[in-house]
Design a protein around this ligand. Structure first.
Ligand code: GDP
Ligand code: MG
Length: 475
C-alpha cells in the first residue's frame, strides 16, 4: 500500500494424512533429521515444532540470490496423524496457516486423508497435497533431492505414464471431495486450485518444490494473515517437568513477541493462573523434542516454537492460549479471557467426534466421554470439578450417559437447550433410574465433604447443584 514493505512472520505449517502415508518421514526430510527411526512404533505421540530459517531453505533449494523470499522462515508443527490423536490433529490444524496433506501416490486418498480434508474444509485451512512415495512407482530412477521436474525428465515413458495416470486418479478423488486440484506447475489458478507436489520422503525428489511453495507461494496468498503484529497470540502445546527448570510449557508463538519476565495468564485445570516468564528457551536445532542444552533469550518473536519456564503451571492445559498482561491491564478481564479459552478448548473437543478415542492430553482424558446423543450435560466452574464429576458419573454402578461438558455458569438458555434435546417420553423414563442413583451418590459426596463448586445439568428438565443435590426443577 504505502510503499513500505510490511514485516511478515514465518508461516506455520502442519502435516496431516493417513497413517503410513509418510508424514514423519516427510517431516524428517523437511528438517533433515531422522526422528522416525527413534519413535516407538513409528507413531508421533506429541506435537513438536521445528523452525527452518529461510537461509537454510535457500541453500537447500539452490535458490538464486535475486529471488526474494518475504518470510523469515518456516515453522513446521509435527502433528501426529495416527487416528488415536485426532484431537491433537484438530489442535494442529487450528493454529496452522497452511497444511500439507500427505497422500501415498500408490494408494490414493484413504480414510484418514478424507478426515483430514473434512477437517481442513470445516476450519477453512488452506492446504497443499504432497503426493508422496513417487520413488515407489515401478522402475523409478532415483534423483536424490532433485526438483520434481528434473526427476520426472529422468524417467522412462512407462514411469511417466504411470505417474500421470496416478496423478489423474488423485485429482478425480479430490474432485469427488469437492476440491479442484492440479499439479502445482500446471496450476494456473494458484489461489483457487489446490496445489499438488509429487514427493519422495526417502530420496527427496520434489522436496525443494514443497519447501519453495511453503515459503514463496504461501505468503503470496495470505499476506495479511502473515503480517507481523505486536499482539501476542500464543498456544500451549505441552506441559513438561524439567530437572533444571521445573515446570516448562512448550508453546507456539503465532504472533507478537514474548519477553523474559512477562506477566502471563495461563489456563490450568484449576482455572486461570497468573505468573511470570522465568526463562525463555529454545532447544538446540530449534527442535522442541530433542533434549539438550537450551539457549536463553530475552525476547522471542513470532512465529516460533519455544519453551517457557514458569512457576505454578503444573496443571496448564495444552491446546489453550496464553495471555500476556501488560502493566495497567485489567487482570479480571485477562482471567475471564482465560476461562473462555478453556471453554473453547472443551467445546472443540465436544465437536470432534473422534474425541472418544484413546488419546494423550489431560483435557482429552477428562473430556473423553462416550458422546451419547441423550445424556447428562455436565457444566462446572473449573476443570478440576468437571473431571471429578465426570469420573463420578462413570464410576460405581452409576454409568450415567454423558452428552457433553463445558465450563462456566448455567444460563437459562442452556436449560432450554437441554430440555429441547429430550422430547420423547421413553428418554425421560430411561433417565429416572440414573437420576435417582445419581442423587444418592451426590448426597454421599456431600456428606464426605468432597463438594465441588459446580453445577450439574441433568436431562431432562432439571438442574442440579452439587452442594444441594436438587436445587431447582425447571418444568
Ligand atoms: P506416517 O505414519 O504418515 O508418519 O508415515 P511414516 O513417515 O512413518 O512412513 C511410513 C512408512 O513408509 C515408513 O516405512 C517409511 O519409511 C515409508 N515411506 C515414507 N515415505 C516414503 C517415500 O517417499 N518413499 C518410500 N519408498 N517409502 C516411504
Ligand atoms: Mg508418523
Amino acid at each position: 500500500g504505502n510503499g513500505v514493505d510490511m514485516e511478515l512472520r514465518a508461516p506455520i505449517c502442519c502435516i496431516l494424512g493417513h497413517v503410513d502415508a509418510g508424514k514423519t518421514k516427510l517431516l524428517d526430510c523437511i528438517r533433515q533429521s531422522n526422528v522416525q527411526g527413534g519413535e516407538a512404533g513409528g507413531i508421533t505421540q506429541q506435537i513438536g515444532a521445528t523452525y527452518l530459517p529461510v537461509e537454510n531453505i535457500r541453500e537447500r533449494t539452490s535458490l538464486k540470490a535475486e529471488v526474494t523470499i518475504k518470510v523469515p522462515g518456516l515453522l513446521v508443527i509435527d502433528t501426529p496423524g495416527h487416528q488415536s490423536f485426532s484431537n491433537m490433529r484438530l489442535r494442529g490444524s487450528i493454529l496452522c496457516d497452511i497444511a500439507v496433506v500427505v497422500v501415498d501416490i500408490t494408494r490414493g486418498l484413504e480414510k484418514q486423508t478424507m478426515e483430514s480434508l473434512d477437517l481442513l474444509k470445516h476450519r477453512n485451512v488452506r492446504f497443499i497435497v504432497a503426493l508422496n512415495k513417487v520413488d515407489q512407482l515401478y522402475g523409478w530412477k532415483t534423483c536424490i533431492n532433485a526438483p520434481i521436474a528434473k526427476a520426472l525428465k529422468n524417467q522412462t515413458d512407462d514411469v511417466q505414464r504411470e505417474f500421470k495416470w496416478r496423478v489423474t486418479e488423485v485429482i478425480t478423488q479430490l474432485m469427488e471431495k469437492g476440491f479442484n486440484a492440479a499439479l502445482y506447475y500446471e496450476n494456473k489458478k494458484l489461489k483457487q486450485v489446490v496445489n499438488i507436489v509429487p514427493t519422495s520422503a526417502v530420496s527427496g525428489e520434489g522436496n525443494p518444490d514443497l519447501l519453495l511453495l511453503l515459503v514463496r507461494w504461501v505468503p503470496k496468498i495470505m499476506m495479511e494473515r502473515l503480517t507481523y503484529v505486536n499482539t501476542v497470540e500464543c498456544t500451549v502445546l505441552e506441559v513438561n517437568e524439567d530437572k533444571d527448570f521445573g515446570t516448562t510449557i512448550d508453546v507456539v508463538l503465532i504472533n507478537g513477541a514474548l519477553r523474559n519476565g512477562d506477566r502471563i495468564v495461563v489456563c490450568t485445570k484449576q482455572g486461570p493462573v497468573t505468573t511470570n516468564i522465568r526463562y525463555l528457551l529454545t532447544p538446540p536445532m530449534k527442535e522442541l523434542k530433542v533434549k539438550g542444552v537450551y539457549t536463553h533469550h530475552e525476547e522471542l518473536k513470532a512465529a516460533q516454537g519455544m519453551k517457557i519456564a514458569v512457576r505454578g503451571l503444573q496443571h496448564a492445559m495444552a491446546g489453550t492460549s496464553l495471555i500476556v498482561v501488560k502493566p495497567g491491564d485489567d487482570m479480571e478481564r485477562a482471567e475471564a479471557a482465560a476461562v473462555q479459552e478453556i471453554s473453547k478448548a472443551i467445546s472443540l473437543m465436544n465437536e470432534d467426534e473422534k474425541g472418544e478415542n484413546e488419546g494423550g492430553t489431560e483435557l482429552q482424558e477428562i473430556c473423553r466421554i462416550k458422546h451419547c446423543r441423550d445424556g447428562v450435560y455436565v457444566q462446572a466452574s473449573s476443570l478440576g470439578s468437571l473431571e471429578a464429576i465426570i469420573k463420578h458419573l462413570k464410576t460405581l454402578a452409576l454409568d450415567v450417559p454423558v452428552s457433553g461438558c463445558n465450563l462456566g455458569p448455567v444460563h437459562k438458555q442452556d436449560v432450554m437447550k437441554t430440555t429441547a434435546m429430550l422430547k420423547r417420553k421413553e428418554d425421560v423414563d430411561s433417565f429416572t433410574d440414573h437420576m435417582n442413583k445419581l442423587k444418592e451418590e451426590m448426597k454421599k459426596q456431600c456428606a464426605a465433604d468432597a463438594v465441588f463448586p459446580c453445577t450439574l445439568k441433568i436431562l431432562p428438565n432439571r438442574v442440579y447443584h452439587s452442594k444441594d443435590p436438587i436445587v431447582c426443577d425447571v418444568e
